[in-house]
Design a protein around this ligand. Structure first.
Ligand code: C2E
Ligand code: MG
Ligand code: MG
Ligand code: MG
Length: 279
């Protein structure tokens, strides 16, 4: 009996796996032309000064509305765009859209873009991004590029990645280490490259009130940032208690649903937070 149940379970997982593979294959195929069909859009999430809570800028986040399957999460489709190579054109489309939006914002407002590690295979990535900024009349000082730690871990490509990041920095753009603390070599990366900001991963922030080790880690990152002279930001801030602690520990920047959810550009421009940034 146990044996037949085992076979049952095996068959169930086998089917589920096939289903998952089919879905991935379909999504990967449907990504082709999704921009042209108008299925892709951007939302913008505010980044705020922890002390004044004023908005300092917005992070652009990509959204895909599939005509039959509805909203697909970036965690699901970005990896598919990466493995099919579509991330290169998609990434530049995101940058173009976000920079066009940011042109209408106040002069000091930052626009943050997420870069996929895969995009660094393109030798002209930095030049392309800087050319886009110039075309939109955006000073590079207003640009932040968020890279996850895996981006700096492309093995033999490591020097190319660091070179591209450096080229962006040389022109005044800032490089942010995103999801800090979750990578394989956080400290090694910090030693080998000068980041302009560290963004502590949401998982630490959401756990820190009831998980002492997470709290210790967040607090240590604040101290680390301070002694390196690198500003730290916390993402995923959802409660007043979290905000209070982060402020007490000296975090200069915060981001999360408490401060504002990612929203379409039209809603951003109508929001009180946006008005507060201008005023
Ligand atoms: P990320 O860059 O770390 O972005 C933060 C994610 O956390 C976003 O999810 C955001 O909507 C979500 N978030 C923000 N505040 C809160 C909060 O208070 N609570 C909770 N529960 N979640 C919060 P999203 O938009 O689903 O994006 C997921 C990831 O997909 C991003 O993580 C980023 O790595 C990637 N991604 C999104 N857009 C792009 C893009 O244009 N290019 C690339 N390469 N990656 C992107
Ligand atoms: Mg990010
Ligand atoms: Mg992040
Ligand atoms: Mg993330």
């Amino acid at each position: 009996r146990a044996k037949s149940e085992g076979r049952h379970t095996a068959r169930f997982f086998d089917e589920a796996l096939k289903e998952e593979t089919r879905l991935r294959w379909r999504l990967s195929r449907d990504l082709e032309g999704a921009v042209e069909r108008g299925e892709m859009s951007l939302v913008y999430q505010p980044m705020a000064d922890a002390r004044t809570l004023r908005v300092i800028g917005y992070e652009a986040l990509l959204r895909w509305r599939h005509p039959e399957l509805g909203d697909i999460r970036p965690d699901q489709f970005i990896p598919l765009a990466e493995s099919s190579g579509r991330i290169d054109s998609l990434g530049l489309w995101v940058a173009d859209q976000a920079m066009a939006a940011a042109r209408g914002w106040p002069d000091h407002a930052i626009v943050a873009l997420n870069l996929s590690p895969v995009q660094f295979r393109q030798a002209d990535l930095a030049a392309d991004l800087l050319a886009l900024a110039e075309r939109h009349g955006l000073a590079p000082e207003r640009l932040e590029f968020e890279v996850t730690e895996s981006a700096t871990l492309l093995g033999h490509r490591r020097d190319d990645v660091l070179g591209a990041l450096r080229a962006l920095q040389d022109r005044g753009a800032r490089i942010v280490m995103d999801d800090f603390g979750t990578g394989y070599s956080s400290l090694g990366n910090l030693r080998d490259f000068r980041f302009d900001k560290l963004k502590v991963d949401r998982s630490f922030v959401s756990a820190m009130l009831d998980h002492a080790p997470s709290a210790s880690i967040v607090r240590s990152i604040a101290a680390l940032g301070e002694s390196l002279g690198v500003p730290v930001a916390a993402e995923g801030v959802e409660t007043e208690e979290q905000l209070a602690l982060l402020r007490r520990w000296g975090f200069p920047q915060v981001q999360g649903y408490l401060l504002g959810r990612p929203e379409r550009l039209e809603s951003v421009l109508r929001s009180a937070a946006y008005a507060g940034m201008i005023g």
